[in-house]
Design a binder for this molecule. Sequence first.
Ligand code: E4P
Length: 234
Amino acid sequence: MKLFLDTADIDEIRTVNSWGVLDGVTTNPTLFGKVKGMTYEEVLQEICGINGGPVSAEVVADDVEGMLREGRHYAKLADNIVVKVPMSENGLAAMSRFKAEGIKTNCTLIFTANQGLLAAKAGASLLSPFVGRVDDINEDGMQVIRELAEIIRFFEYDSEVLTASVRHPRHVTEAALNGSHIATLPFKVFQQMVHHPLTDKGIVQFKRDWEAARAALNDGAKEASPKREPAKVG
Ligand code: E4P
């Protein structure tokens, strides 16, 4: 399963990239709004220079021509840019045009398997159901992942299911078990996946025991060394 980082924060991307587990990055206008002092283009180029996986750049136009104009512009910034297009009638039209032009797309704001099916037929490379936002309205976000992943595999569509709007590590495990090809995670969830209280406790204990063992060895060596005779050969 591939893991993407859901952020536009360069430091967070550098950190997870250094762990050797990062397969791509997703951004959106809200995440870009948290970055200070850089244009969206500058942010995207910097991210693409750090990680060679797909980097999603989201369009905000409502009309097809506007989506195409923005998407073509972002696609020129780097080879690994994927244009993120919202699910809508115009979005579907834009995604099928991007497909014909060889520009990869990530269909965002998917909330049902049917929306994902339409995006796959329009030629989107990535299908992004928002599990957290579905859970927020007291429905089952993982059901969308389960249904869509099964449809994509059954009909062998050339699209990947990207579980988005991830809120906690359990979403990642469930997305994997339900056949999602990718999950995009906030930085905090990546950190939560690394840590476990027993792991952290165990690291402290092993270090303490190691230092105690070394100290005992040194003390023993100091006591023994004045009396030690060279070993006789033969
Ligand atoms: C990623 O592609 C989505 O834009 C993102 O996961 C949405 O997450 P949110 O529901 O936490 O805003």
